[in-house]
Design a protein around this ligand. Structure first.
Ligand code: SAM
Length: 185
């Protein structure tokens, strides 16, 4: 799927210390799998710094924002709101409707942490389940983005990277983007 409209991921809730790794992985997954931007709660500064560091090194464009009042962002979003939850409608039955919405305007994808208040379920245009089994926000986000983009995100080109990975059947190869000299790490 291609769209001129922005795809934004919003992380609802963050417990500093306990959620640092998971919130960072929400941001990294949003970036790697085709979203344009992630919004994190204002107490997730550590996660923001890590995602920005990865973007500086491996390329973008991708933006990270810290925001207060995450609930009001969901309520006031000028576009389609998707909330990922194990209680929602199966992704495979709603994905084409969500793709149609993406041709009309921006998409906000909300993933929760410990507890998501009911107002988010009510504010969402789509409550979407990646299976109706409990698992994780990172897994749910990854599968959702891949279904949304129908796999096209896997072939994305990155801009302003200072390095890139050369795929190997075994081992690790990373090259500086300005140079054709290969360096093993
Ligand atoms: N009871 C929660 C729920 O409503 O999905 C599970 C909390 S889980 C630890 C944290 C987040 O992971 C949820 O807020 C949701 O965004 C995501 N998640 C977990 N299981 C999911 C599923 N089967 N489908 C979609 N998202 C899921």
């Amino acid at each position: 799927m291609q769209t001129e409209h922005e795809i934004v991921v919003l992380r609802y809730g963050h417990r500093p210390g306990r959620d640092d790794r998971m919130t960072t992985h929400v941001g990294l997954t949003a970036r790697a799998l085709g979203a344009d931007r992630v919004i994190l709660p204002d107490n997730a500064g550590q996660a923001k710094a890590t995602v920005e560091d990865i973007t500086d090194r491996f390329g973008g464009p991708f933006d990270v924002e810290l925001r207060e009042g995450i609930g009001s962002i969901v309520r006031g979003f000028d576009g389609t709101v998707v909330h990922l939850t194990m209680y929602g409608e199966p992704i495979q039955t709603v994905e084409s409707g969500i793709r149609s919405d993406c041709q009309e305007g921006p998409l906000l994808i909300v993933v929760g942490g410990e507890k998501v208040p009911f107002e988010v379920y009510e504010a969402a245009d789509w409550n979407v389940a990646v299976t109706n089994q409990p698992h994780s926000e990172v897994a749910g986000l990854a599968v959702f983005l891949d279904r949304l983009f129908e796999g096209d995100e896997l072939d994305r080109e990155w801009v302003d990277a200072d390095r890139r990975v050369i795929p190997q059947s075994t081992g690790k190869k990373v090259v500086p983007t300005e140079s054709t000299n290969h360096t093993d790490q």
